[in-house]
Design a protein. Structure first.
Lengths: 105, 97
C-alpha cells in the first residue's frame, strides 16, 4: 500500500461495467513528509475520501478485485482503502517525525 | 489507472486470433492538467465507443486485457471509460521537493 493525497476527481459516463457506481479520485503519491514521488493516478474510492485528504491506496489487481467483489475477472487495480489520521516516520538523521495531515492548513 | 488522449487508430489484418474484432487505439498518456507525458501506447478499447480526440482513462499490465469480454487476450493497455470531466484542486497539489 502507498500514501497519497487526493488532488481531484474524474467524471465518466461511458465506462465498462466493472466501474458502474464507483467514485474515481485523482491521487498524487506522496512520501511520508508529503512530497510527491511519482505521477498522479486514478483510483476507485471505497472509503468516501475527499479532495485534500491524505489516503492509503493500493495498486495491485488481485487485491482490488477481491475488495470490490469482482473476482476472478475485473479490470481494476488502484483502490483508495483508507483515510490517514497520523503518519510517523524516521527522517534521514534517524529522528522520529510525525504529522497529522487533516490538522494541517 | 491513468488519463490519456486518443490520437489515432491501428489496423492489423494479421494478428493473434484472440485480437479479432477488438478496436485498437493509439493513446497519448496525459497528466491531470492535460499535458502529454511519456510515449503513446496502443490500447484495446473496452468501451468500444472511444475515438480520436477523446480523453479517456485506461489501465495497464495484466488488467489491461480484463476490460474486454474475452479477457484471456494478449493486451497490456485497456481503455476503461471516456472522461467527461476532470476536476483538480490546485491548492491540494503537494509541492515538489
Amino acid at each position: 500500500m502507498f500514501l497519497g493525497k487526493v488532488i481531484g476527481n474524474i467524471v465518466s459516463t461511458i465506462k465498462i461495467k466493472d466501474y458502474q457506481g464507483f467514485k474515481l479520485l485523482l491521487v498524487q503519491p506522496i512520501q511520508p513528509e508529503g512530497t510527491p514521488w511519482k505521477d498522479p493516478l486514478i483510483c476507485i474510492d471505497i472509503v468516501d475520501a475527499g479532495v485534500g485528504e491524505t489516503v492509503l491506496y493500493l495498486d495491485e489487481g488481485s487485491s482490488a478485485r477481491q475488495l470490490l467483489g469482482l473476482e476472478p475477472v475485473g479490470a481494476v487495480r488502484a483502490v483508495v482503502v483508507g483515510i490517514v489520521d497520523e503518519i510517523q516516520w524516521q527522517d534521514d538523521e534517524g529522528e522520529l517525525q510525525s504529522r497529522m495531515p487533516h490538522r494541517e492548513t | 489507472m491513468q488519463l490519456g488522449k486518443v490520437i489515432g487508430t491501428v489496423v492489423a489484418t494479421r494478428k493473434h486470433e484472440a485480437l479479432q474484432g477488438i478496436k485498437l487505439l493509439i493513446v497519448q498518456p496525459l497528466t491531470p492538467d492535460g499535458q502529454p507525458k511519456g510515449r503513446p501506447v496502443v490500447a484495446a478499447d473496452g468501451t468500444a465507443m472511444a475515438g480520436p480526440g477523446e480523453t479517456i482513462f485506461m489501465i495497464a499490465s495484466r488488467e489491461g486485457a480484463m476490460v474486454l469480454e474475452k479477457w484471456f487476450t494478449p493486451v497490456d493497455h485497456g481503455i476503461i471509460g471516456i472522461v467527461d470531466d476532470i476536476y483538480v484542486d490546485v491548492n491540494a497539489i503537494p509541492n515538489e521537493p
